[in-house]
Structures are given as C-alpha cells and as structure tokens.
Design a protein around this ligand. Structure first.
Ligand code: DX5
Ligand code: ZN
Length: 234
C-alpha cells in the first residue's frame, strides 16, 4: 500500500514572501517554474503576532496554482473555519497541535471535509507529541522557525526532531514538511534527516518577480539540488 508513496523532494514556495498585489501572477510564476506545492500561510494576528489573509484569498488564488495548494493555518480556533477552507479547493489543510485543546478532533474534521490533514509542530513541541496522531495525518510540518513571520533564521535544533519524526513515521504514507528559514544551505540538513517537503518563502521570492520568473526557477532548482544531494549522501 505504501510502496509507491511519493517521498521525492518537493519544493513548496510560500507566498507570504510574494508580492501581495500580484498573488495570481506570483502563483502562476512559481507553478510554471518548478514548484511542486504552493504553501499558503494564513495568520490571524491572534494565534501568531501577524495577520496575512484568509479563505477568500485562498479561493481566489486556487485557479492560479497547478500543483498542490498547501494551506498552513496559524489561527485559533480552527474548527469553525475548516469548511470554509475546504470550499477554497485547498488540498492540504494544516493546523497547529498547539492551537487548540482538541487537535484529534480537528484532524478528523479536516479529513472529513475532504482534505489531507496536516499537523504542524512549533519549535517548543517535542516529536513525541505527534505519536498518538500518526494514523490521522497526511502531512507533519516541523516548524524550523517560530511561526508568524517570513525571513527568520533556521533553527538548527529542530533537525534532530525531523529525524525523530522520520523514524516514527516509518512506512506510513505521511509527508514530512519543514517550514522556515529553508534555503540551499539549510535544506540539506533536513533532507538528510528525512524531510520530503521543503517550504521556502524568501529563499525563492527574493530571486525574481512575477514578470521575470526565471530567478524563481533557479532558486527552486537550487534548493531541490541541495536537498537531493544530501539525501544521496545520507
Ligand atoms: C512562518 C511561515 C513560513 C514562512 C517561511 O510562520 O509558516 O511558511 O513563510 O518563510 P521563510 O522561508 O522566508 O522563512
Ligand atoms: Zn508556513
């Protein structure tokens, strides 16, 4: 059942670092230049100290994304909002383990609404916290920064957590995603530890613009090559 599960390296540009006045064009630009997933950071100014956008924006950009739309909710409460994100066409909906008292119920509700369920772990949350939830998740997202802002420095102390989660996942069909401070110098560390989905905001979007997207393509290829080389060497 899991033999064909796709653990290849996947790059997920985070549009938090894109031009907010040109989201459609930015999503098309990265989709056409190597992005496997597009990562969409929803922040409520309450769970995290920053506000981005919500379901209306997700629905508006969905037609401009050709791969997976990976929505990362940094909001609380989550449960009342799940149906509205299902209606946006999100493929993956990720909630934080720390964002409410009933993460088990939240993950059930995300799958029940027809999406893949993602579980994000803050830097202060141990890998073991995911153990009871492994049969309920499709993606585990290890935060390699504290959530709330793009452009922060990668937290090296999270690499061992990625390795612990990779061992815990075993043959289960669960993607292991890393989010925050990922670039060609840090991607190899988490690739060797077992990550397969690499979120990169500033490391992609600082290298181009929607009407000159070749730089995005090079940045995505550079992160992919660095991650794949580290895997081969591991
Ligand atoms: C942080 C977000 C990240 C962020 C990554 O709260 O979840 O997805 O956009 O941005 P970079 O790659 O610039 O650290
Ligand atoms: Zn994110």
């Amino acid at each position: 059942m899991t033999a064909s599960f796709d653990r290849s390296v996947k790059i997920a540009p985070s549009i938090l670092a894109a031009d907010f006045a040109a989201f459609g064009a930015e999503c098309r630009a990265v989709s056409d230049h190597g992005a496997d997933w597009v990562h969409v950071d929803v922040m409520d100014g309450h769970y995290v100290p920053n506000l981005s956008f919500g379901a209306t924006t997700c629905a508006a950009i969905r037609p401009h994304i050709s791969g997976i739309m990976d929505v990362h909710l940094m909001i609380t409460p989550v449960d009342p909002m799940i149906e509205s994100y299902a209606e946006t066409g999100a493929d993956v909906l990720t909630a934080h383990l720390e964002a409410g008292p009933h993460i088990h119920r939240t993950l059930q509700a995300i799958r029940g609404a027809g999406m893949r369920a993602g579980l994000a772990l803050n830097p202060g949350t141990p890998a073991d916290a995911a153990q009871p939830l492994l049969d309920m998740v499709d993606v585990i997202c290890v935060m390699t920064v504290n959530p709330g802002f793009g452009g922060q420095s990668f937290l090296h102390d999270q690499v061992s957590k990625v390795a612990d989660l990779r061992a815990m996942i075993g043959d289960r069909p669960i993607h292991l995603e890393v989010d925050g401070g990922v670039d060609p110098t840090t991607a190899p560390l988490v690739a060797a530890a077992g990550a397969d989905v690499f979120v990169a905001g500033s490391a992609v979007f600082k290298h181009g613009k929607a009407d000159a997207p070749e730089g995005y393509g090079r940045a995505i290829a550079d992160i992919r090559a660095a991650a794949e080389a580290a895997r081969d060497a591991a």
